[in-house]
Write a protein that binds this ligand. Structure first.
Ligand SMILES: *Cc1c(COP(=O)(O)O)cnc(C)c1O
Length: 367
């Protein structure tokens, strides 16, 4: 049996007929940039997140960058980021000229440890940028309370968790201005790069809209130094077809996760995912841990099961971040996660037989 790490086929077949019709009308209408498809998707995604504003951009990294620029964060400013995240979170902060200030994760949920945020705050801190990592909502109530008490902005990196809930609020609706990614492999994936900003703040939304489009509201009149980062019309049209399926697809991911979690209890030294109280998990990734991770991965690969490591090197140890001067041992929890984490196949449409085969293959390795 073969179990790919990810297959788009089941999701694609759910929208195939509509997607081809959508491409035909897009082709015939000949309107390519910032048209009705982007507007329609922005409205639908805002409704999905329960925000009143959504601004489509070219990708998730740009969504973070535009959010930071909208808040006027730049050189001399500090932004608190998780040590345990995809490098995009840090890169956005670096690109606007600010400094990422890393905070270790909770060793059970792998999301930013809210008890360690306060001590990272200095007079230069402007914002906290929590990540809903692997699809689990971060502990937003605690984060918003810290931000309020210290007069900081919160920017959610919601790239991995569209549809998750923290407390009673949807991810992407809690921070002051929030970013997401529709990279093909994300829970809501486009057919290429795409991203969005969500916010309930009308003034911030207005500025973000200007910044994504050359800093211009009226064509050829530029008010601020913007960038070109617009959501593509075709991607917006296709995303609008996928969005109505997202809640159900997330449910399917949760069912797969429940199966894995139930059947991997007590298997070798495997640690299955743990969610914080009040924080839902939409399982963009299903990440287990084992001290024998590399051998286990090889065993799964040899048996035809695709796995990936998220992420093998934490941002503070990446060559690109050498200039910040961090060394191995500076953030031991993130480093331990990098050394032991393994992501198992999870996607809507993965069959019961495939799930059982993944479990059986892991059990065989430890027996
Ligand atoms: C994917 C991702 C991004 C960046 O999104 P792109 O669309 O690839 O630019 C940012 N943050 C996190 C946590 C991500 O997983």
């Amino acid at each position: 049996m073969k179990v790919p790490f990810l297959s788009f086929a089941p999701m694609n077949s759910a929208i195939r007929t509509q997607a081809i019709a959508e491409f035909q009308s897009f082709f015939d209408e000949q309107w390519y940039v910032l048209g009705s498809r982007v507007e329609r998707f922005e409205e639908a995604f805002a409704a999905f997140c329960q925000t009143n504003q959504c601004i489509g951009v070219a990708n998730g990294l740009d969504a973070l960058i535009v959010a930071l620029k909208t808040l006027n964060i730049g050189p001399g400013d500090e932004v608190i980021v998780p040590t345990n995240t995809y490098i995009a979170t840090w890169l956005a902060v670096s690109y606007v000229g600010a400094t990422p200030i890393p905070v270790e994760p909770n060793s059970e949920t792998y999301n930013i440890d809210v008890t360690k945020i306060a001590r990272a705050i200095t007079s230069k801190t402007k914002a906290i940028m929590p990540v809903h990592l692997y699809g689990q909502a971060a502990e937003m109530q605690a984060i918003m309370a810290i931000a309020d008490a210290n007069n900081l902005f919160v920017i959610e990196d919601n790239a991995q968790a569209q549809g998750a809930v923290s407390g009673s609020q949807n991810t992407g609706s809690i921070g002051h201005i929030n970013a997401t990614s529709f990279y093909p492999g994300k829970n809501l994936g486009a057919f290429g790069d795409a991203g969005a900003i969500t916010t309930n703040d009308i003034a911030l939304a207005k500025n973000a809209r200007i910044i994504r489009n050359y800093g211009s509201e009226k064509k050829y009149y530029n008010e601020v130094l913007g960038i070109n980062s617009r959501l593509d019309e075709l991607q917006a049209g296709l995303l609008s077809l996928k969005l109505p399926h997202l809640a159900q697809w997330n449910n399917q991911r949760q069912a797969v996760a429940n199966f894995y979690t139930e059947h991997l209890q007590g298997v070798g030294d495997v640690i299955t995912p743990i969610t914080a109280p009040g924080c839902s998990h939409v399982y963009h990734l299903y990440v287990i841990r084992s001290q024998k991770r590399d051998f286990l991965q090889k065993h799964l690969t040899d048996a035809g099961v695709g796995t990936l490591i998220h992420y093998p090197i934490p941002p503070h140890l990446q060559e690109a971040y050498e200039f910040l001067g961090y060394k191995e041992g500076n953030f031991p929890i993130a480093e331990e996660l990098a050394a032991t984490s393994l992501s198992l196949p999870i996607y809507p449409g993965i069959t019961a037989e495939q799930q059982a085969y993944v479990v059986a293959t892991i059990k065989a390795f430890f027996s």
